[in-house]
Write a protein that binds this ligand. Structure first.
Ligand SMILES: Nc1nc2c(ncn2[C@@H]2O[C@H](COP(=O)(O)OP(=O)(O)OP(=O)(O)O)[C@@H](O)[C@H]2O)c(=O)[nH]1
Ligand SMILES: [Mg+2]
Length: 456
């Protein structure tokens, strides 16, 4: 390796793999929400007092509980009345089985299937309606059913989103390998191509080593390089491509959603809520971005749209207190899933990261095991900065899983390979659009083929 190249690697990865220089985010101002009109700040409510008391006094779990949630019901901001057509409660949905969000397209596992109705005495209400596996990609239609299966169009969108990375890689393959025998120089050049595409040094090294194996001093076809690339990327991604698993014993299972400004937290919450509500789960959303009226309004719209109750407070209220109150309310209501939105924050803003720690601390006062899931959203167009985001949010907020959003745009998807290789955090979903259905389970093989520029 040349000195120049070593320097390049060190600039990117620093010593021991840590980022040498966390890149300051470009814009520290909160970005505007394009699709939502800001609303006037809400009237402060008595619920605010409760929230502030809760966080100020931080009661010990067993002794000094703050005021119960009931009196605040009036003060608690909620979404518009839930459409009974999509209300699980209204539909009389019985007790939920484990909601393991399988990625496979098969029917739910046997233990989750509706109980067989062999006895005539079995009241109809006890028969659980069939619930297709959630958070899974829609099953491909029967061959005869439709000429244009949704799976293909989904893959095409992923492929289009990854085209910036895959085109760069394809061009690199063409220029490095065409009419040349495989030697140290070609391998080094291809390693550079992969690094430029954000895959990171360890992955690039593993891929070039796999290409070199048994092929030294021979010519190699571009298609063969792509196949090896896809295989190696899939090897890195497969262990982290994990479905989001929620524990039905928890009421609620608390999901805290964190990430840098504009990475898609609120939109992802809306999409998740839609998936859960479609299964008949009860969902509560907490508008933990208390800085901006537009952010609260945005979540309320998602709540209204998906039939989930939204807990909010006046603008400027303490986010930790809100989270505390929301958890109490969800517990009291027996809600299955509470999803807490948070304000976007740059990972290098210590005071904002401290606020996130406080939110988690206060949640734990109410339930030491919560939040049970800490989802971090990553904007796929970000590139190298995503590494430091995962590093710092991971450390501060105990991130348990990732969602990569905006993979439908001009994504720099290679970074996901570097993140998977370095942090090994589960990747649950990818966002492939702004619509309610544009959240797909993360599939390692598909992603690997798309980034290598292969057909689905
Ligand atoms: N194309 C595309 N746009 C997305 C996706 N996810 C979110 N967006 C858009 O990205 C923008 C920011 O999304 P938000 O959900 O508001 O992001 P956020 O992280 O909540 O933002 P802050 O609360 O300001 O930190 C919005 O315009 C979304 O519609 C996605 O998967 N694909
Ligand atoms: Mg938001």
């Amino acid at each position: 390796m040349t000195e120049e190249k070593k320097g390049f690697f060190q600039r990117i990865f620093g010593r021991g793999g840590a980022l040498a220089e966390p890149q300051p985010a470009e814009d520290e101002a909160l970005p505007p929400i394009r699709s939502f009109t800001p609303i006037a700040a809400e009237e402060p409510s008595s619920g605010v007092t409760t929230a502030e008391q809760a966080q100020a006094e931080l009661p010990a779990p067993a002794t000094a509980e703050p005021e119960t949630a009931e009196p605040e019901a009036a003060a608690t901001e909620t979404a518009e009345p839930v459409d009974p057509a999509i209300s699980a409660e209204a539909a009389g949905v019985p007790d939920m089985p484990a909601f393991v969000f399988k990625k496979d397209r098969a029917a739910r596992p046997a233990e989750e299937s509706p109980p067989p109705t062999e006895t005539a005495e079995e009241p109809p209400a006890a028969i659980e309606p069939p619930r297709p596996s959630l958070f899974a990609r829609p099953a491909p239609p029967e061959p005869a059913a439709a000429p244009e299966p949704p799976r293909v169009s989904w893959f095409q969108r992923l492929k289009a989103g990854l085209s910036r990375s895959s085109n760069a890689i394809s061009q690199g393959i063409a220029s490095v390998f065409t009419k040349r025998k495989l030697d140290a120089e070609t391998l080094e050049e291809f390693e550079d191509v992969l690094i430029q595409a954000d895959l990171g040094l360890p992955a690039a090294t593993a891929i070039t080593a796999a290409i070199a194996k048994g092929r030294f001093d021979k010519e190699i076809e571009g298609s063969e390089v792509k196949a090896i690339l896809a295989e190696e990327v899939a090897k890195i991604l497969t262990p982290v491509a994990k479905p989001l698993v929620l524990d039905p014993a928890l009421k609620p299972h608390v999901i805290l959603v964190v990430g840098v400004n504009g990475t898609g937290k609120t939109t992802t919450i809306g999409k998740l809520s839609a998936k859960l509500r479609a299964e008949g789960r009860s969902v509560m959303l907490a508008a933990g971005d208390t800085f901006r009226a537009a952010a609260v309004e945005q979540l309320k719209i998602w709540g209204e749209r998906t039939g989930a109750k939204v807990i909010s407070r006046a603008i400027g209220a303490d986010a930790a207190g809100l989270a505390f109150d929301a958890l109490k309310e969800a517990e009291a209501a027996g809600t299955e899933v509470l999803i807490i939105d948070t304000a976007g924050r740059l990972q290098n803003r210590a005071e904002l990261m401290a606020e996130l720690e406080k939110i988690i601390r206060v949640i734990k006062k109410q339930d030491p095991a919560a939040p049970h899931t800490v989802l971090m959203t990553l904007d796929a167009t970000t590139g190298q900065n995503a590494l430091s985001q995962v590093e710092i949010f991971g450390r501060t907020a105990g991130v348990t899983g990732l969602v990569m959003t905006k993979l439908d745009g001009t994504a720099r998807g290679g970074i996901l390979v570097a993140i998977a290789e370095k942090y090994r955090l589960p990747i649950h979903f990818i966002g492939v659009g702004e619509g309610v259905d544009d959240l797909e389970p993360f599939e390692a093989e598909d992603f690997a083929r798309a980034i290598a520029g292969l057909a689905g």
